[in-house]
Design a protein around this ligand. Structure first.
Ligand code: CA
Length: 233
């Protein structure tokens, strides 16, 4: 079940054993995973990093999961949130949903149940993330992880694939080097901006140069945008 490639997830959970168990499960499903073990760190990461989805325990030291969600939404951060709640915190659960949590799951839960909830949540938030992506002649199939220009297959490394998928999902939007590296690697990755540049340059050689297209554009001092040339200016 490989629906979730390259998704980036934050788990805020003070039961370290549980958090590490979840991290391992998600990594086996190709997620990039960050952990926070208290509300303070969780809030910081949720508001300073870019995630596709956040799992928030409610009962946490320092800030509760509810408080973190409240502050995120106040800062206009609309990353989907799923609460992990203890059975007895029904009241919290209800107020969490009122605040704009996307779902909740009551402990104890099975990993497969959690994955199913996440799948629904991601499908809702990213649209049809299993669908073929098309920009001009370029086609990317997120499920089979294949990329084509017309009917010609393009071979990409896993990192190149992740970056291209991210650019295509956001075609027309400028993505900074930081956004790209944060999306593709977890925050422990020693990233240098020129690592992103090297991969993008390889993508250009394999796509634009090889097929005589101009899809991947540099935005000076900012980052990259993937867009059909005739749409620019
Ligand atoms: Ca807890």
């Amino acid at each position: 079940m490989c629906f979730s490639e390259n998704m980036r997830i934050l788990i805020v959970e003070d039961e370290e054993k549980m958090a590490r168990y979840l991290k391992q499960g998600f990594e086996e499903n190709s997620f990039a995973v960050d952990l926070a073990f208290n509300g303070m760190d969780g809030l910081h990461q949720a508001t300073h990093e870019v995630y596709d989805i956040i799992l928030l325990d409610i009962m946490l030291p320092e800030y509760s999961g509810i408080e973190i969600l409240k502050r995120m939404r106040n800062q206009h951060i609309y990353t989907p949130v799923i609460f992990l709640t203890a059975k007895d915190s029904l009241h919290d659960k209800v107020s969490g949903l009122d605040l704009g949590a996307d779902d909740y799951i009551v402990k104890p839960f099975s990993f497969s149940e959690l994955m199913a909830r996440i799948r629904v949540c991601l499908r809702r938030s990213t649209g049809n993330f299993r669908d073929m992506l098309n920009v001009d002649n370029l086609k990317l199939d997120p499920l089979s992880r294949k990329v084509f220009c017309g009917d010609k297959r393009i071979d990409l490394t896993p990192v190149e694939f992740s970056i291209l998928e991210y650019l295509m999902r956001n075609s027309g939007k400028v993505l900074t080097r930081t956004m790209i590296s944060e999306h593709v690697w977890d925050s422990n990755f020693e990233s240098f901006s020129n690592v992103v540049d090297v991969h993008v340059s390889n993508l250009r050689n394999k796509i634009d140069k090889k097929f005589g297209m101009r899809l991947i554009h540099t935005v000076r001092k900012v980052g990259y945008v993937l867009e059909k040339q005739d749409k620019l200016f």
